[in-house]
Design a protein around this ligand. Structure first.
Ligand code: NAD
Length: 311
């Protein structure tokens, strides 16, 4: 599945061109993930309709959830609602908290073998006694709409067609939506998780940026970030990146979702100082977050089309 299928067209993008020339009183262009996600929902609705017309059935997403808690249940509900809105068939395989690893593996394998299912999402976190790393080997990587299977990670690392994790795919789509071209640019990714930081770095390399991956053992983060035209942050540390660590005019993607004691959500970037230094910035909430779920459906459509080619 080509990476560019993960990316929305450049319609109606901002008139400002990047890298931005910043004067001292200018504040960053805010990359509006809510508006972009809405544009993508309209496109996806049309794509689902045409899939249905051609195949006589909608694409089908199955979520496998073991037990669950309030935030996990909320996420699953939001995916179901999105599927309903777009005309995607949604199915939940709910397993009890005391399910064994064998049961989970068999459920994943069963869904993988079911030709009616086009995409599978293994909902995290799993109860402590279950290993996601084991279960994932029972997942057909062609149905891996979350991009967690080692085969997809390997394909991405090799610069080949892959199902890419939704959050970094959404970050790339936002950059493209706002005509932020990364070719030949210096970029830094803060965070090296398999689901956000690492794939984001690989996608940027794929888009011809020169990329530095920073992490918890990186000394003097600011010294690296100040050299970069693009900074993507996924560390889970509120206000880790401040305006003085940014190159003036840099584009900044803040993937952080940190729930504060008062229930509000902040990113990993200190918004007040970064908005003065950056040229473009994703706010939290309302930036990278809303794009993530719609990228799941983009992956589902890619998976459904791919299966059609291979089955
Ligand atoms: P993770 O805990 O798996 O990884 C965090 C990474 O940050 C690690 O690689 C670590 O080395 C690095 N890090 C930690 N402290 C650091 C420091 N002081 N300096 C530099 N690097 C540091 O987290 P994750 O799953 O990658 O998630 C990261 C953030 O992104 C979280 O806030 C999470 O909620 C958010 N997230 C957002 C979305 C979305 O849809 N926008 C999706 C997944 C995760």
């Amino acid at each position: 599945m080509p990476f560019d299928r993960c990316v929305a067209p450049r319609t109606g993008a901002t008139q400002r061109s990047w890298p931005y020339h910043i004067d001292t009183h200018m504040s960053a262009l805010l990359l509006d993930g809510r508006a972009f996600a809405q544009e993508m929902r309209v496109e996806l609705q049309a794509e689902v309709r045409s899939f249905r017309e051609q195949r006589g059935l909608p694409p089908q997403l199955t979520v496998i959830q073991v037990a669950g808690d309030a935030s996990s249940d909320r996420y699953v509900r939001s995916i179901r609602k999105l599927c309903d809105t777009l005309g995607v068939a949604f199915r939940l395989e709910h397993l009890p908290a005391d399910s064994t690893q064998e049961t989970l593996n068999a459920t994943v394998a069963g869904c993988s073998a079911d030709p009616a299912i086009h995409g599978i999402l293994l909902q995290m976190p799993l109860p402590a006694h279950l290993q996601a790393d084991q279960a994932v080997w029972h997942l057909d990587y062609r149905k891996d709409v979350d991009g967690i299977h080692p085969a997809n990670a390997g394909l991405l690392a090799q610069g080949r067609l892959a199902l890419v994790p939704n959050t970094p795919a959404g970050g790339m789509a936002l950059l493209q939506r706002y005509n932020i071209d990364v070719v030949g640019k210096r970029a830094a990714v803060v965070g090296r998780s398999a689901i956000v930081g690492r794939p984001m770095a690989l996608l940027l390399v794929q888009s011809h940026a020169t990329v530095t991956i920073c992490h918890s053992r990186t000394p003097d983060l600011g010294a690296i970030l100040r050299e970069c035209d693009l900074v993507a942050v996924a560390a889970g540390r509120p206000a880790l990146v401040t305006g003085d660590m940014l190159r003036p005019g840099a584009a900044v993607l803040d993937f952080g979702i940190n729930v504060q004691p008062d229930g509000s959500i902040v990113g990993d970037v200190d918004f007040a100082s970064a908005v003065e230094a950056a040229g473009a910035l994703t706010p939290v909430p309302g930036g990278a977050g809303p794009v993530t779920n719609v990228m799941l459906i983009r992956n589902l459509l890619s998976a459904a089309s791919e299966n059609a080619l291979t089955s």
